[in-house]
Design a protein around this ligand. Structure first.
Ligand SMILES: *Cc1c(COP(=O)(O)O)cnc(C)c1O
Length: 393
């Protein structure tokens, strides 16, 4: 196999070809290395590999060729120096916290992040003496005001789930760096196809590969992408010890997911845009949240920061929870599930599912109203999606 510098290629090409180190069997497609350990040619070689003086596989908790291929490919696509894969998106977020934080540290986190991310900081890191303050994603002044001398990092998702609010990554990166903090961005909703936070100044990108990277709702996985220094110093030692490893089978599924990611994202975005425009015209819809709409408060920022507006649309019904549940139950084809980023369109009532474990006060502060419905727009014909939603409108 030729030794190609994939940095010279575009994302679509990297997504299909980078990361595969062809074996002596000359396979065209990346194999699944279903092996927990590796053999060494001698006792000396084993010692050199364990100390890292000689590169090579050691044990699949932290080195596996299928997982490495996925890591190399996603690192290139995110324009990061190095990527580590994890057993889930939450395991990736956990790893960032475990690697970077110590008792007495402080975190500033967006209120609009994934429900379990809030719980991770609020219920778990707090047990070990790490305090977290939650701020409004789009209130730049609040981010800066919340920073303390012991703040280690700022953590956000943009667009937020489920309200699709957009934060200015470059502005927040500058604020973080001015105060000697890191900026961490959960890039799950955009994927590197739509947005590259590291290019905009973020220090670490985390992913739930479960969503768009898989794209077909099959596997749970996650990833952390950052500089060689951050990964080597803080994240890799934790993965090696903590063991929240991605399985080779899942890595193999995610590798093929990456191969179609660019075309899928474009199709998701096109349908989501059309659906959002249509929803805006429906009388029982009080508000549509979609960054592509002129009515979206950060529409201009979304245009600048993202290459397209994303596949998630949420909307508020005038009839509150009762109408939201009725609309969800009236659908015939859409999947009632909390997953997103699937080829199948999914419909969710955030207030009673993804955000149901938050206290009502936290939920209200995050703007998750009872009449809110979230759609992760899939790749079915968009007219069929509209027809299914209109049954309960
Ligand atoms: C789903 C999700 C996660 C958690 O990922 P898992 O793979 O389910 O553990 C984290 N962040 C965002 C934005 C998500 O949507």
């Amino acid at each position: 196999m030729k030794d190609i510098n994939w940095n010279n290629y575009s994302l679509e090409t990297q997504a299909i070809r980078a990361g595969h180190k062809r074996t002596h069997e000359d396979e065209h497609s990346i194999p699944i290395f279903a092996t927990s350990s590796y053999v060494f040619k001698s006792a000396e070689e084993a010692a050199l590999r364990f100390t890292g003086q000689k590169p090579g596989n050691i044990y699949s908790r932290f080195t596996n060729p299928t997982v490495s291929a996925f890591q190399e490919r996603l690192a290139l696509m995110e324009k990061g120096e190095r990527c580590l894969a994890f057993s889930s998106g939450m395991a990736a977020i956990m790893a960032v916290g475990m690697g970077l934080l110590k008792a007495g540290d402080h975190v500033v986190c967006s209120r609009g992040v994934f429900g379990n991310t809030v719980l991770m900081f609020q219920n778990y890191f707090s047990k070990f003496g790490v305090e977290t303050d939650f701020v409004d994603l789009i209130d730049t002044a609040a981010w800066e005001a919340a920073i303390k001398p012991n703040t280690r990092f700022l953590f956000l998702e943009t667009p937020s789930n489920p309200l699709t609010e957009i934060a200015d990554i470059s502005v927040l990166a500058d604020i973080a760096h001015k105060h000697d903090c890191l900026l961490i961005v959960d890039n799950c909703f955009c994927t590197p196809v739509l947005q590259k936070p590291l290019e905009l100044g973020a220090d670490i990108v985390v992913h739930s590969a479960t969503k768009y990277i898989d794209g077909q709702g099959r596997c749970v996985g996650g990833a952390v992408v950052a500089s060689e220094e951050i990964i080597e110093k803080y994240i890799y030692p934790y993965l090696r010890t903590g063991g929240s490893t991605m399985s080779p089978f899942n890595a193999w599924v995610f590798l093929s997911g990456l191969e179609t990611l660019a075309v899928r994202m474009k199709a998701h975005c096109d349908s989501a845009f059309e659906l959002a425009l249509w929803l805006e015209q429906q009388p029982s819809v009080a508000k549509v949240h979609y960054p592509g709409l002129q009515s979206h408060a950060q529409h201009e920022l979304a245009k600048r920061q993202q290459s397209h507006f994303g596949g998630i649309v949420s909307f508020e019904l005038t009839g509150g929870k009762e109408h939201a549940w009725k609309l969800i139950d009236a659908t015939e084809m859409l999947s009632i599930t909390a997953n997103l980023g699937d080829v199948k369109t999914t419909i969710t009532h955030p207030a009673t599912t993804t955000h149901g474990r938050l206290t009502p006060e936290v939920r209200v502060a995050a703007g998750i109203k009872d009449g809110l419905v979230r759609i992760s727009v899939g790749l079915e014909n968009v007219e069929d999606i509209k027809k299914d939603i209109s049954r309960g409108l």
